[in-house]
Write a protein that binds this ligand. Structure first.
Ligand code: ADP
Ligand code: ZN
Ligand code: ZN
Length: 763
């Protein structure tokens, strides 16, 4: 009876593909192993076996699989179940999930890129059953040969390897591994001398694998720091909540010690022999947190991060498959795809963070939600932690799906910062503005610097200035590929598109009217930095944004310099708002609240509240209340007051009322349909036809088509259709209809060249 395997291939087509298994390896293949298979006329892919069966597919030629790459599965059945859930829920293919799930070293069809363990060349005796007599014989022979160099090399090897003692005690384990390079070094011999001994059949070389993973070190703290009374209460409440609920929300103000509570919970779980996944948002490079956890858990902790090399990620993956997996994985969203054998707890830190949602490419999945599903599949508990819960999560608590535990005080009763709102418009009228700074903020910064304290400034725009404008004719440089203006990056002398990366030199004069008066409009982080240098020439400033943190080391240096106090002012984009813990920051400036509030998005207040509260939370020290200056033109907007009073309850109340009235999440679900094409008329016709067909099925739950705020990116025109689905609607039904519609349109000749995709639960 011949056997067939369904294989998941890294392509955005269909579901799985069936191949016949050659008898040479058909009984070795298991679900979760990789096979290389032919595809199309001449392509070759490696894919994952998802099913083995005896059902010969009808009506098509079934090709033979070419090669079996694994003796043991590299993907576990539970993982495949999660992949399937993601493909179903987020309306994408298993192939797309596969591409996101595996580090490239485990899936690349290109030989050169595949993961190769790092090896060193080592030396051993050719004769495996060598006796002491034989050793002596070899030595005599070398002496007779009159090559002093060869003899010396031999003697050094015998000494370094300890081979004599090993033979004497009949214990080959006692032989010390000798690296070829070390041996040559130690004996001052060259490669020719060494080759001679190999040719004579005395020595041979072999490759020894060395891991790239840091050895982690032994935990130095061992004992956990005792919890405060409030923390201890939360710790107990969380554990009790898990008797009734699978998910608990820990709503704790900034610096209340949530991390400390996590550490105690992790300790309990690993004591019981289970594993923990500690999920973090992408933006924060994990340095500070990892250091803190390593001190407690040492080499029981593994880190899985997109800024780590692919080889390191492959090794973490393989370690998790081994008999000695890490007990704790700290990682960003892709760590939900790691193999877990015995998961007991998932912690999602900063659960409100948008970077948990992958935007592009597919799968456009939300890692917090995928982690909740993973935990449910593995009977693990979940803890969602944050100072500013997402509306979605808080709504789930209100609906009785999640438990809630609160921490309302900072550790050691440090006060929450005092937030002062300053009206930019009024200060401007009184001519009290200096660049991006109001007089109030400047005074506070000055005081802080005088007292040796530090300052964090938050400006959510990178570059020098968001736009350049000709003073004479109003000309503004725009991207030729996208529907946006170019951002001025003066340090690089370039104007850059933040959507496609297009850049060109900053012109000396206006190309439209030849005017020489080109003005920078608005403030990016780079320009803020310039102003600080001019106003406080003595202060050392560091800037933290996408441009200064391309590498892991650059980021880590900025953080550690600030921590050590070698820099006094840290200016940055939303990167500075996230989970950093500094002891000496007394002033935080929010330079421009309005750009956040004016985003054309129904979540803009929710996000603005989160970002402002988070960055405000960086202020304050043991013995002194921190100060925050919040600059805005709309000081009376309710959300400003809610930030000032740290009034999450009223933010939630107002937001839910609004979302109920206008029918937005979390009261319903959203699915966006995106269409892209090089020709505007094609994408326009497609979107109108698409919406018409959708309305036939979903009625007035369909809105649009509309052109998004940036209507063209990378030469492609974009249209968007919105589908609102009631919470109690049957999702599988909705999804299968949507798949039918996109299949239908993609099969039409006219629209074949268009890109169509869905974004489920968009952010
Ligand atoms: P959160 O995660 O809620 O923002 P952290 O866990 O980072 O708060 O705690 C804030 C600061 O207080 C950290 O510097 C931390 O080391 C300290 N801290 C919190 N709880 C304790 C504790 N129980 N013992 C010692 N230090 C603590
Ligand atoms: Zn001009
Ligand atoms: Zn562009």
């Amino acid at each position: 009876m011949s056997l067939f395997a369904d294989v998941i291939l890294p392509i955005p087509l269909g579901t799985t593909f069936t191949y016949s298994l050659p008898q040479s390896f058909d009984n070795l293949v298991r679900v979760g192993c990789r096979l290389t298979v032919p595809f199309g006329k001449s392509k070759k892919y490696s894919g994952i076996v998802s099913r083995i069966h005896q059902e010969k597919p009808e009506g098509c030629v079934v090709k033979d699989a070419l090669e079996l790459l694994d003796a043991e599965p590299i993907v576990l059945p539970q993982q495949l179940k999660l992949w399937q859930w993601i493909a179903d829920y987020y309306l994408c293919t298993m192939g797309e999930v596969y591409k996101a799930a595996l580090p490239s070293g485990l899936k690349e069809e290109d030989e050169k890129k595949t993961y190769k363990p790092r090896t060193t060349t080592c030396v051993r005796l050719k004769d495996r059953d060598c006796t002491l007599e034989r050793l002596e014989e070899i030595r005599m022979q070398l002496q007779r040969g009159r090559s002093a160099k060869q003899l010396q090399l031999w003697d050094v090897y015998v000494t370094m390897s300890g081979v004599k003692a090993a033979i004497r005690l009949s214990n080959p384990q006692l032989i010390v591994e000798v690296g070829k390079a070390d041996l040559l070094d130690e004996s001052s011999a060259n490669a020719t001398v060494f080759s001679a001994l190999v040719e004579k059949g005395f020595l041979e070389t072999y490759e020894h694998q060395v891991g790239r993973l840091p050895q982690g070190g032994i935990p130095t703290e061992m004992v956990l720091r005792p919890l405060s009374e409030h923390q201890q209460q939360a710790f107990v409440q969380i554990q009790q909540s898990w008797l009734k609920y699978d998910v608990c929300l820990l709503h704790g103000v900034t610096s209340s010690g949530k991390t400390e509570v996590y550490i105690h919970l992790i300790n309990e779980v690993i004591k019981s022999g289970k594993q923990v996944l500690y999920l973090l948002p992408e933006i924060v490079l994990t340095t500070q947190l990892v250091d803190r956890l390593k001190r407690v858990f040492g080499n029981r902790l593994g880190v899985y991060h997109s800024k780590y090399s692919d080889a390191e990620r492959v090794e973490v993956w393989q370690k998790q498959l081994s008999d000695e997996p890490y007990d704790i994985i700290v990682g960003v969203r892709s760590s939900v795809f790691l193999p877990y054998k015995n998961l007991g707890l998932v912690i999602v830190d900063e659960e409100h963070e948008n970077s948990f949602k992958q935007q592009d490419p597919a799968p456009r999945y939300h890692a917090r939600n995928a982690a909740l599903v993973l935990a449910r599949m593995m009977n693990a508990k979940t803890l969602l932690g944050t100072a500013t819960p997402s509306m979605d999560t808080y709504y789930n608590y209100k609906m009785g799906k999640y438990a809630l535990v609160q921490l309302t005080e900072r550790y050691q009763q440090v006060l929450l910062p005092d937030i002062e709102v300053v009206n930019i418009a009024e200060e401007r009228r009184k001519k009290m503005i200096n660049g991006p700074f109001t007089s109030v903020l400047l005074r506070k910064m000055q005081e802080a610097l005088q007292q040796g304290e530090q300052v964090i400034l938050f400006q959510n725009r990178r570059g020098y200035a968001p736009t350049v404008e000709c003073h004479d004719c109003g000309w503004v440089p725009r991207c030729p590929n996208c529907d946006v203006s170019l951002t001025n990056h003066r340090g690089q002398g370039l104007m850059t598109c933040h959507y496609c990366g297009y850049h060109s030199p900053i012109p000396q004069q206006c190309p439209a009217c030849n005017g020489r008066d080109l003005l920078s409009q608005g403030y990016g982080t780079e320009r803020v930095e310039d102003y600080i240098q001019a106003i406080f020439p003595e202060a050392k400033v560091a800037r933290m944004d996408l441009d200064t943190t391309r590498s892991r080391t650059a980021y880590e240096k900025i953080i550690s310099d600030f921590q050590k106090g070698s820099t006094q002012i840290l200016v940055g984009t939303q990167m500075v708002t996230k989970g950093l813990d500094f002891g000496n920051v007394s002033v935080v400036g929010i330079l421009d609240a309005d750009t956040m509030l004016n985003q054309p998005d129904f979540r803009s207040y929710e996000h603005a509240f989160q970002m402002m509260s988070q960055v405000a939370g960086r202020a304050g020290r043991r013995n002194k209340q921190g100060a925050v200056v919040l600059q805005t033109k709309v000081p009376d907007l309710p959300v400003i007051g809610q930030v000032v009073r740290n009034d999450y309850a009223s933010l939630y109340q107002e937001t839910i009322e609004e979302r109920t009235a206008f029918h937005y999440p979390p009261i319903c679900r959203l699915i966006y349909v995106y269409m892209k094409h090089r020709h505007e008329d094609v994408v326009h016709r497609l979107s109108v036809d698409y919406a018409t067909l959708m309305r036939k099925i979903f009625g007035d739950r369909v809105l649009g088509p509309e052109t998004p705020p940036v209507g063209r990116v990378q030469l492609l025109y974009i249209r968007k259709i919105v589908l609102k689905v009631e919470l109690n609607a049957s999702l599988p039904e909705v999804r299968s209809r949507l798949r039918q519609i996109s299949d239908y349109f993609q099969s039409l000749g006219d629209y074949k060249s268009a890109t169509i995709y869905y974004d489920v639960d968009p952010l």
